[in-house]
Design a protein around this ligand. Structure first.
Ligand SMILES: C[S@@+](CC[C@H](N)C(=O)[O-])C[C@H]1O[C@@H](n2cnc3c(N)ncnc32)[C@H](O)[C@@H]1O
Length: 214
């Protein structure tokens, strides 16, 4: 197995491709009707449980943060890559973006109504993911929703693959749900869809909720 990359490696890798990534993906939601539908449901559920701000963690150039804002949420973005944060601020000057890592969020306990982590946990070495889910649980209010996007695999163990930017992992939805349960989340919904042209793997999303009520 390849040695897992460090946060610094991931940050440097995304800093170096940030402009190209923004060029390629800033309009990608236009081509993803199922993901748009799921984001709309996520927004409805966050509102139904008392709103509260939503953090788009691993926001990249901020296009999904802006989509959440357009859905009526108070959304802000967090990303490891300074270059991504700079591009997000430039493209969406009315929204807040800041540098930070999902491993140690600069947020108080229970302040968020929702968290979106769209294709950003994919680079986290699997042994660190329980701590990341504990961190998500800490900053979410009771009843808060977490929506994860990731590449799906069938193997119960996470499988690394040669992602174009930095080493990444595919997960079986069942295995991720198990880790999320251990962190205190209940499953709400899951999506697994066929790859579109140009995509290598099945794409998946999981929506879970922190137990309890506001
Ligand atoms: C594949 S991109 C996804 C960007 C955006 N969410 C999207 O759906 O297009 C992964 C993003 O996660 C960020 N990222 C990776 N590890 C992170 C971490 N530990 N904390 C915060 N952001 C991270 C990267 O810098 C990159 O911008």
């Amino acid at each position: 197995m390849t040695e897992p990359v460090t946060l610094q490696d991931t940050q440097a890798a995304y800093d170096s491709v940030a402009s190209l990534y923004a060029e390629l993906f800033s309009d990608v939601l236009d081509t993803l009707p199922m993901e748009r539908a799921l984001l709309a449901v996520f927004a409805d559920l966050v509102r139904a449980h008392g709103a509260g701000p939503v953090a788009d963690i691993g926001c990249g150039p901020g296009h999904v943060t802006a989509h959440l804002h357009a859905l009526g949420l108070t959304a802000f973005g967090v990303d490891l890559s300074a270059a991504m944060v700079a591009l997000a601020r430039q493209a969406h000057p009315a929204l807040r973006f800041h540098e930070g890592s999902m491993t140690a969020l600069d947020l108080a306990d229970g302040v968020l109504g929702g968290i979106l982590a769209f294709y950003s946990i994919i680079h986290m070495p699997p042994r660190h993911l329980p701590a990341v889910f504990a961190e998500f649980h800490r900053v979410l209010a009771p009843g808060g929703h977490l929506l994860l996007g990731f590449f799906a695999g069938d193997d119960p163990l996470p499988r690394e693959f040669d992602h174009k930017v930095s080493l990444a992992y595919r997960w079986s939805p069942d295995s991720l749900v198990e880790l999320l349960r251990e962190a205190g989340f209940d499953e709400v919904a899951r999506l697994r869809r066929e790859p579109h042209e140009g995509e290598r793997f099945h794409q998946a999303a999981l929506m879970v909720r922190k137990a309890g009520r506001l």
